[in-house]
Design a protein around this ligand. Structure first.
Ligand SMILES: Nc1nc2c(c(=O)[nH]1)N[C@H]1C(S)=C(S)[C@@H](COP(=O)(O)O)O[C@H]1N2
Ligand SMILES: [Mo]
Length: 439
């Protein structure tokens, strides 16, 4: 790294700078660039809002009216308005926590309005004592809290399409959100009910008008699965499963059953629609991928990202999110030359297993067209694949678990768009019908 007034030497192609730039006492930001709006010559004038008292206290705060464009983007059809998703605006957010009101949603048939006084959780099946719990009773059990992501298995699935989709980063990758969840370890209640010798799976059912059932292997249910009652400090939002949901850290969204009603212990999976017709994928060799519970290592640059506009050559911070359902992020590399060279990004603390990790890297843009990418590695050694490698491994029948490196094209005028850097030689197996979308 260069000291003094000299600009720092790039560590990778097209102006990527050393991640320790801001940590070094020897370097000042002024050595890189000045982004200030101007220099001050006169006294700073008072603003109108300094001359009268501000607004009164509120019982429940809401964001500034100037931030009203920061919204979830809803995709549901007019024919079935209660079956669809809403995407988290990841490109508008910073840090690792998703505000509860911006957590992505996936409902198969709307959000039930449940009276917690009437709601019950039943544990039955292969247990020695079938049990019923009122919410008030569950609130008396010991709880644990943990930060972790929840990601739909269908997140980012537009990546399987032959043409790069042009939409904001969050409206392409935002079927993932990160919260602090608090609740009762499921193990406590299973042990209280007493598991029978052949117990191997748990079939969970929600209380919405979808009649959703899904099977969860018992080891994961006993390992770290939570009966979540709280999200980001307050009780769950109705959209996230109020008053009670399963929280299965690192596993695909569909097993995180909302509005949880029954847990039936069984010796085999139930083979419901969402584990046979959906979340199961035909492979090139004729076999099918099933019960692909763990979400893979993944990352994307959120700022800047597709649809954004750079304000001329000069200094930018590249920032994004990395996560892995299998463990902790150990490293994120960023490229500004389409993957030809890489600079290691700084990881903001905390860096936790199955949680969003925020990464940042300083960048000096020279004003020429280039391609920005990020590549995450987790503590199992898994490295986020290129799109070409993912297509080669999974074929063209893919719909779920798309986690390839994301490429943002920067044009000479500073406009960013989504691009694929590898030529897409293999023809798509089937045309993707956007109205047949299912997550
Ligand atoms: N009861 C019930 N649970 C459900 C669903 C649902 O429609 N009904 N959708 C599932 C799917 S596919 C996903 S991705 C997650 C989404 O959780 P969220 O809406 O809190 O983001 O909930 C899962 N649990
Ligand atoms: Mo999902």
């Amino acid at each position: 790294m260069t000291l003094g007034p000299e600009p720092p030497v790039p560590v990778a192609g097209n102006g990527l700078l050393d991640r320790r730039l801001f940590l070094s006492n020897a370097l000042s930001f002024g050595a890189v660039a000045s982004i200030a709006s101007g220099s001050v010559t006169a006294a700073v004038p008072d603003e109108p809002w300094m001359r009268e008292p501000g607004a009164a206290f509120t019982n429940y705060g809401v964001p500034s009216p100037h931030e009203k464009a920061v919204l979830r983007w809803i995709s549901a059809t007019a024919m079935a308005p209660t079956n669809g998703v809403s995407w988290s605006p990841l490109h508008e957010l910073d840090g690792i926590l998703t505000p509860s009101g911006l957590h992505f949603e996936r409902h198969h048939n709307g959000v039930p309005q449940i009276d917690p006084a009437l709601h019950r959780l039943v544990i039955n099946g292969r247990v020695s004592r079938p049990l019923e719990f009122a919410i008030d009773a569950l609130l008396r059990y010991p709880r644990v809290s943990r930060l972790c992501v929840l990601e739909c298995g269908g997140n980012s699935n537009a990546g399987w399409q032959q043409k790069p989709i042009q939409t904001a980063a969050g409206y392409f990758h935002g079927l993932v959100s990160c919260s602090e969840w608090s609740g009762v370890p499921l193990r406590l209640l299973l042990d209280e009910a007493g598991l029978e010798a052949d117990a191997a799976w748990i079939v969970a059912e929600g209380a919405d008008a979808f009649g959703m059932t899904i099977s969860l292997p018992l080891p994961k249910a006993r390992h770290d699965t939570l009966l979540a009652l709280f999200q980001n400090g307050e009780r769950l939002r109705p959209e996230q499963g109020y008053p009670l949901r399963l929280l299965v850290p690192g596993w695909e969204g569909v097993v995180n059953v909302k509005w949880l009603r029954t847990l039936t212990v069984s010796d085999a999976p139930v083979m419901a629609r969402n584990e046979t017709a959906r979340y199961t994928e035909l492979q090139a060799d004729g076999s099918a991928r099933m019960f692909t519970f763990e979400m893979d290592v993944k990352s994307l640059l959120t700022r800047p990202s597709g649809g954004m506009q750079l304000d001329g050559p000069g200094f930018y911070e590249l920032s994004g999110l990395a996560w892995s359902g299998r463990g902790r992020i150990t490293r994120v590399d960023v490229s500004a030359d389409g993957g030809a060279s890489w600079a290691e990004a700084a990881l903001n603390e905390p860096v936790l297993a199955q949680c969003f990790t925020r990464f940042r890297v300083p960048w000096q843009w020279n004003g020429k067209p280039c391609v920005l990418q990020s590549r995450a590695t987790d503590d199992t050694g898994a490295v986020q694949p290129t799109r070409a490698a993912l297509l080669a491994a999974r074929g063209r029948h893919g719909y779920f678990h798309y986690h390839a490196i994301v490429s943002w094209q920067v044009d000479a005028d500073g406009a960013l768009s989504h691009t694929y850097v590898d030529a897409d030689a293999t023809p798509a197996a089937t045309a993707v019908d956007p109205f047949d979308a299912d997550w």
